[in-house]
Write a protein that binds this ligand. Structure first.
Ligand SMILES: *Cc1c(COP(=O)(O)O)cnc(C)c1O
Length: 411
């Protein structure tokens, strides 16, 4: 994607918006850093005016004009992050929540409140998103399908089609434009957590809702939990009303940290992606690795399958942190079948391509040679322990592994 061209609805390129969007008024106020407004309530001597603003919010969900009313209705610091993210995703609006799951919950509740409880979804999705749909906790009903089956799966009560691309954890990619076309008038929700608006803007390809676990790349430092939905203003109003009614708001300090995180998002994503492309190539050439999944659009996530015991790789890393989550400045590795996708039924998990040998690596900003040294040592551990146990799976017949090896890396 050419990130130097101007964003839709803007005269500026992504790198410029990343450091300026949501901050346009600061210099005129004599400020440089965004202020953090921690107020939970806002005094007003004009209760007639406040009643009118509350009525207006109840009617459309638009951000109240004038001073804020109450923290659950909206917060000025969080609003700066929302403005900035909407600009980067090329949407009218964005609505922030306490976590990615709170954001998805609000989307499902908005659609269910319109009587549209049926969801069509493509696996794999992030494990908890899969679980939320499968368990029907919010009264929704899900039909799982592949992209080619979406149109046939639609019903009169279908309120949402949900996809991830690249998907967590296999990095499977979809043609979002074709998927959006298959949805007809049903809104498509694309989870853009892995790609970020730096690599892909799903709204340009027809997605009406773009979801992020902002906990990941948008925050980028492993110290903020948040979610956000970028969309048109009509849906944003409904999402704000659900957020007000159910309370899954983002803390203003988190809003501040996310705005700060966005400023370096393009630089972080590009640098981490360069590291990841190099590691994906080395893994693809390594006989201890049977398969590497690296998206065509690039990015900082790698999934790979090992010939030996994946738990030994997790136990063997020293520089890389063995932890769930992703998108931080430091490199994390985890075993999806044990952790991020544990909650998904084992058969469904495997059918979706999440096999027991798969590891997911979130590549950070460390020196790539240091990362490789650590991974190489951890991979060596699977071999020597396998050998010691006499399983012979690793040492025997490198030719057979060579044919199974496959990399979708594109560099
Ligand atoms: C982590 C994640 C989520 C959930 O976000 P939380 O902030 O943990 O609630 C949703 N989608 C994807 C792709 C994720 O990786």
């Amino acid at each position: 994607m050419d990130s130097t061209r101007a964003l839709p609805g803007s005269t500026r390129a992504l790198a410029t918006e990343a450091v300026h969007a949501g901050r346009d008024d600061l210099a005129r106020q004599g400020l440089h850093a965004a202020p953090i407004d921690l107020s939970t309530t806002y005094p007003s001597y004009d209760s007639r005016g406040e009643a009118a603003r509350i009525d207006a919010f109840a009617a459309t969900g638009a951000e109240p004009e004038g001073p804020p009313v109450y923290g659950r209705l909206g917060n000025p610091t969080v609003a700066r992050f929302e403005t900035a993210l909407a600009r980067l995703e090329g949407t009218d609006s964005a609505v922030a929540f306490a976590s990615g799951m709170a954001a998805l919950t609000a989307v499902l509740l908005v659609r269910a409140s319109a009587g549209l409880r049926h969801v069509v979804a493509v696996r794999p999705l992030y494990g908890c998103s899969d679980h939320l749909l499968t368990a029907g906790l919010l009264g929704s009903e899900v039909t799982w399908t592949d992209p080619a089956g979406i149109t046939d799966a639609l019903r009169p009560d279908t309120g949402l089609v949900m996809v991830e691309s690249p998907a967590n954890p296999t990095l499977a990619e979809l043609d979002l434009r074709a998927v959006a076309h298959a949805c007809g008038s049903v809104p498509l929700l694309a989870d853009n957590t892995f790609a970020t608006p730096v690599l892909q803007r799903p709204a340009e390809q027809g997605a009406r809702l773009v979801l992020h676990s902002a906990t990941k790349y948008l925050g980028g430092h492993g110290d903020v939990m948040a979610g956000v939905v970028a969309c048109d203003e009509e849906l944003a109003g409904q999402l704000r009303q659900v957020r007000f009614a159910t309370g899954g708001v983002l803390h203003p300090l988190a809003g501040y940290l996310l705005l700060r995180g966005l400023a370096t998002l393009p630089v972080r994503v590009r640098a981490a992606s360069a590291n990841a492309a190099e590691l994906a190539a080395r893994l693809a050439a390594d006989p201890r690795v049977t398969r590497v999944h690296y998206p065509r659009i690039g990015g900082a996530m790698i999934a790979f399958e090992v010939a030996g015991d994946p738990h030994e790789v997790i136990a063997g890393v020293r520089l890389v942190t063995p932890a769930v989550s992703l998108g931080s400045v430091d490199t994390l590795i985890q075993h999806p079948a044990s952790i991020s996708h544990r909650i998904v039924d084992a058969d469904d998990r495997r059918t979706a391509g999440v096999n027991d040998h798969l590891l997911r690596l979130s590549v950070g900003l460390e020196d790539v040679e240091d990362l490789w040294t650590d991974l190489d040592t951890a991979l060596g551990r699977t071999c020597s322990l396998q050998g010691a146990r006499g399983s012979g799976r690793v040492s025997a017949d490198p030719g057979a592994r060579g044919t199974a090896r496959q990399a979708t890396a594109n560099r």
